[in-house]
Design a protein around this ligand. Structure first.
Ligand code: ZN
Length: 145
């Protein structure tokens, strides 16, 4: 009987094999940031086109393990068209799911994490958590003024 973990594995593999929003954006106007996870050798490059406080477009590049690259793909889908405040909330929710943010009342991730929910199982493998949060940290850096 296929369980939730099999479904999650399929979602992760799908994003790894068919990454969404892959590529680059001209800088400027887009902002660019690079992230590196030396523990695993993952690289993520994030391009964010921000105008009027909204992430109008986002592209991701880089290379690495399936967790790091599929998370970047899912993240790009989740944040595209969102306000900076919404993006920050998504990041907090995701990191709460990864048990990194444990303070406050955001214990349960909201439903709007979408495909990112598929990474819930990563929390059981602490060494992989850095793979899953790399793209979020890189996105944050690109959005910082
Ligand atoms: Zn990795």
């Amino acid at each position: 009987m296929p369980g939730l973990e099999d479904l999650y594995r399929e979602i992760v593999l799908d994003h790894y094999r068919n990454p969404r929003n892959r590529g680059e954006l001209p800088c400027p106007p887009a902002r660019r940031a690079e992230g590196f996870n030396p523990l695993c050798g993952d690289e993520v490059v994030v391009y964010a086109d921000v105008a009027g406080g909204v992430v109008r477009d986002v592209r991701v590049g880089g290379q690495g393990c399936s967790i790091s690259q599929s998370t970047a793909s899912m993240m790009s889908v989740a944040v595209k068209g969102r306000s900076l405040a919404e993006v920050e909330k998504l990041e907090r929710s995701f990191k709460a799911m990864m048990s990194i943010v444990t303070d406050g009342d955001e214990v349960a991730p909201p439903a709007d994490l979408g495909d990112l929910e598929a990474l819930r199982g990563v929390v059981k493998f602490p060494v992989r958590i850095k793979c899953a949060t790399l793209c979020w940290n890189t996105l944050s850096e690109s959005l910082r003024d």
